[in-house]
Write a protein that binds this ligand. Structure first.
Ligand SMILES: Cc1cc2nc3c(=O)[nH]c(=O)nc-3n(C[C@H](O)[C@H](O)[C@H](O)COP(=O)(O)OP(=O)(O)OC[C@H]3O[C@@H](n4cnc5c(N)ncnc54)[C@H](O)[C@@H]3O)c2cc1C
Length: 545
């Protein structure tokens, strides 16, 4: 039935890494929950249809097949409407959000990700039960193909040999989550039974079994409906077939709206609803939709968009003609027939794993001149490059980095990254630490048998290489966090947007639960942190009644 037929105890905006587990947790209580998603169904399980013809007749879409992951990075018409077109940065705007389009890397967060990034109350001892639950519901695998084999591993084997000879410890990262210094692991994924799986195959399934839960796709929340400081509902626009337009209300006095629209989506809704820095609200006011905006006397000044964080990436490349290569991009429309058949029949073979292949992953800890320890995660992938083959090492500066950026809105309501969170920290300690990490690994590339250094060029030092990097959004790891900072709760302390119960400061009946409330990038690819945070947030929100 149309979502406006009833009022809702909880309206969750955005069915991504955080919104889906949150919907499951809240609906478990028996309270009514509406989950609104701007995009269309991605996974076949939810009615998804988008797929190349070789998947016709199967219960799979492009989103379900790990081997089709890499295609999202190509400039092809099949990709239109999947990534959010109104953000400068890359994000998924379909059911599942980032989890529908991402590489599926799934890491148990080390204790420091909670203890050093989150306020008290959200530290590792508090979060342990939620971490356990997330990894019970979505187990990890380092062999996504159901035959238990990893394909095209000759680069991974060479790299792991060089690393272990140089003193790195080989282990399973998810069996030893706190070991994040000089360690190397196979890539660990959330793929299930050779398919993407993840939150759409677990948390959304259990939520959808409950009568008090409803999912409404193809429906974009334009803005909140509020009277003064109290949110009473949302205003929505149909954004696809079967979408809904109108106003949807929460249960009077007790209902809550929870924004889980991702870093960019949540900020956009807040700005359009008169919540944020004055300069941003004035841009919305001056835009064509200005007349629909809440009166200026009801604007609420909060630092939405500041404290933006993300990992900057840098790429080291060694050429090696002996490396295996597989055409994952060509496989989108015209896979090797035997590989397609093997995948369709058994969910095994090359198409059950993501392109690269991405393997191994390794971590180093480096301390900057400011005595702050920073994590660097290295991801190795390999395959064709021009008319030869190569091994690429992606260095990603992670937890501990201190640079921060800002997102802002434009007059046509696009969300931009106006200040990049890369290497702008006073004292340049991020760059010094990143340089030290690269200086350690660069000589190891030269020890790879048959390899010749390609990037940086031979003879270029790590310091000169880091200095030569172009600081722009192409450095992004697509791991944006922090733009609706979680504060200490209680009195005092400027610069935060939500309290430790995820309530938006100074607004009644409004929460944010998504990557935006994670105050800085964690150690590794972050989606597990958001799933864990959402489970915890559900408990906090239910306690509020
Ligand atoms: C290409 C790519 C690869 C990645 N690879 C990995 C990886 O391998 N491992 C990992 O851990 N992380 C990875 N990430 C990062 C991870 O996917 C994201 O950080 C994570 O999904 C963010 O979670 P979220 O809940 O904050 O937002 P999202 O997952 O982005 O969910 C937000 C949802 O809200 C919806 N929405 C937005 N605005 C509105 C609105 N106004 N009304 C209604 N709905 C709205 C969106 O459509 C979306 O479904 C990757 C990201 C990308 C883009």
């Amino acid at each position: 039935s149309p979502p406006s037929n009833s009022t809702w105890d909880y309206i969750i905006v955005g069915a991504g890494a955080a919104g889906i587990p949150l919907a499951d947790g809240l609906s478990e209580s028996g309270k009514s929950v509406l989950l609104l998603e701007r995009g269309f169904a991605s996974s076949h399980r939810w009615g998804g249809q988008l797929r190349p013809s070789w998947l016709d007749g199967s219960n799979l879409t492009r989103f379900d097949v790990p081997g089709l992951y890499g295609y999202i990075w190509t400039n092809n018409t099949e990709n239109s409407g999947i990534l959010c077109s109104d953000y400068e940065a890359t994000a998924g705007c379909v059911l599942g959000g980032g989890t529908a389009v991402n590489a599926g890397l799934w890491w148990k967060p080390p204790h420091d990700d909670w203890d050093l990034v989150f306020p008290p109350g959200w530290h590792s001892a508090d979060m342990a039960p939620y971490v356990e639950k997330a990894f019970r519901r979505i187990p990890w695998t380092d062999t996504p193909s159901t035959d238990g084999k990893r394909y095209f591993q000759n680069a991974a084997t060479k790299v792991t040999n060089v690393l272990t000879t140089a003193g790195y410890t080989a282990l399973s990262a998810n069996d030893h989550p706190n070991a994040k210094s000089s360690v190397v692991s196979n890539s660990e994924y959330l793929f299930l039974h050779g398919e993407r799986g993840g939150i759409m195959a677990t948390y959304l399934v259990s939520a959808a079994e409950r009568k008090n839960f409803q999912l409404q796709m193809n429906t974009t929340v334009a803005r909140l409906v509020r009277k003064g400081d109290t949110v009473t509902g949302v205003e929505v626009e149909a954004s696809g077939v079967g979408g809904y337009s109108g106003t949807i209300a929460v249960t009077p006095n007790t209902g809550r709206v929870i924004l889980s629209a991702g870093v960019f989506g949540t900020a956009k809704i807040l700005f359009r609803s008169g919540i944020g820095p004055k300069d941003q609200l004035e841009i919305v006011k001056a835009s064509p939709e200005g007349p629909n905006m809440i009166d200026e006397k009801d604007w609420i000044d909060l630092p939405v968009g500041y404290n933006l964080d993300d990992n900057p990436n840098a790429f080291l490349v060694a050429l090696d003609p002996t490396i295996e290569a597989y055409d994952y991009i060509g496989a989108y429309n015209t896979p090797i027939a035997a590989d397609a058949a093997e995948y369709l029949a058994n969910r095994s073979g090359p198409l059950a794993q993501v392109e690269g292949p991405i393997n191994p992953i390794f971590w180093d800890t480096v301390t900057g001149g400011d005595n702050i320890t920073r994590e660097v995660q290295w991801s190795v992938n390999s395959g064709a490059l021009s008319n030869t083959t190569a091994i690429a090492f992606t260095a990603s500066l992670g937890r501990g980095k201190t640079a921060r950026g800002r997102l802002t809105i434009t007059p046509n309501l696009t969300i931009n990254v106006s200040t990049l969170p890369y290497f702008n920290d006073p004292g340049a300690h991020d760059a010094t630490a990143f340089t030290a990490a690269i200086a350690k690994v660069l000589p190891l590339l030269q020890q790879l048998p048959n390899a010749t250094l390609y990037q940086p060029a031979p003879g270029v030092s790590a310091a000169d290489f880091v200095k030569s990097l172009t600081i722009d959004i192409s450095m992004s790891a697509s791991h944006w966090v922090g733009s609706t900072k979680m504060g200490p709760g209680g009195a005092g302390g400027e610069g935060w947007v939500v309290d430790t119960e995820t309530r938006v400061r100074g607004v009644r009946g409004l929460h944010v639960v998504d990557a935006g409330i994670v105050n800085g990038v964690p150690t590794s690819n972050p989606q597990s942190v958001f799933v864990v945070v959402a489970q915890r947030a559900a408990v906090e929100i239910l306690k509020l009644g």
